[in-house]
Design a protein around this ligand. Sequence first.
Ligand SMILES: O=C[C@H](O)COP(=O)(O)O
Length: 253
Amino acid sequence: MRKPIVAGNWKMFKTKDEAVQFVEALKAITPSSDKVDTVICASPILLDAVTETAKNSDIHIGAQNMHFEKEGAFTGETSPVLLQDFGVKYVILGHSERREYFYESDEFIAKKVQAAFDHQLTPIVCVGETLDEKEAGETTQKVEGQVQAALKPLTEDQVKQTIIAYEPIWAIGTGKTATAADANEVCGAIRAKIASLYSTEVADAIRIQYGGSVKPDNMEELMSQEHIDGALVGGASLQAESFGKLLEAAANA
Ligand SMILES: O=C[C@H](O)COP(=O)(O)O
């Protein structure tokens, strides 16, 4: 039985005061970490405030990106060393917005995935197809390729600990959700690919989230699917109340 994991990706939203108020409010309604892993992924400049506010709670803090180098002349970047130093536990890597707007390649993302493990950070690796790729019947091929490339540097034990987030790009922030059955089919294909690359044991252990217009009214159905182990949430993670409902649905799944 895989424990669900629900991560909020705040993207480039929230001031420091708003972030602290959110975490204070969420602390009061976060389900026990026995039932669900709760993660908030904030902008790097908010990480100090949110890790401090989330101390002694069941909320884990994540970053939305990082560089793979420990330090160096990389203006504007955030190192894994710094994330670790701030008490960050998770890092989203390869989000489609990073792949599209910042030209991140599969190879570049794989280096970050390895660097995450080198610094005791759990990577949440995003994969997903565009609408054109979906319509051309290329979804499985696309996500399997992204998964294989991202996991390539890892040991089997590290693969087991990795979180994969399947996020069809056409469903992100659009209000269009993949049907629960379609999302489950793609997550199942990802799991089958991992079984073929590693073993059934690894495939059974790895947690796969769905992301793309997840809301309190579709969460229960998504969580009832065999291969969906949680969600990566954008818009509905911005209010503690709606995010709390998603956590509750995951905890009761
Ligand atoms: O990382 C989260 C995803 O991009 C989903 O965003 P959304 O829930 O606003 O569609």
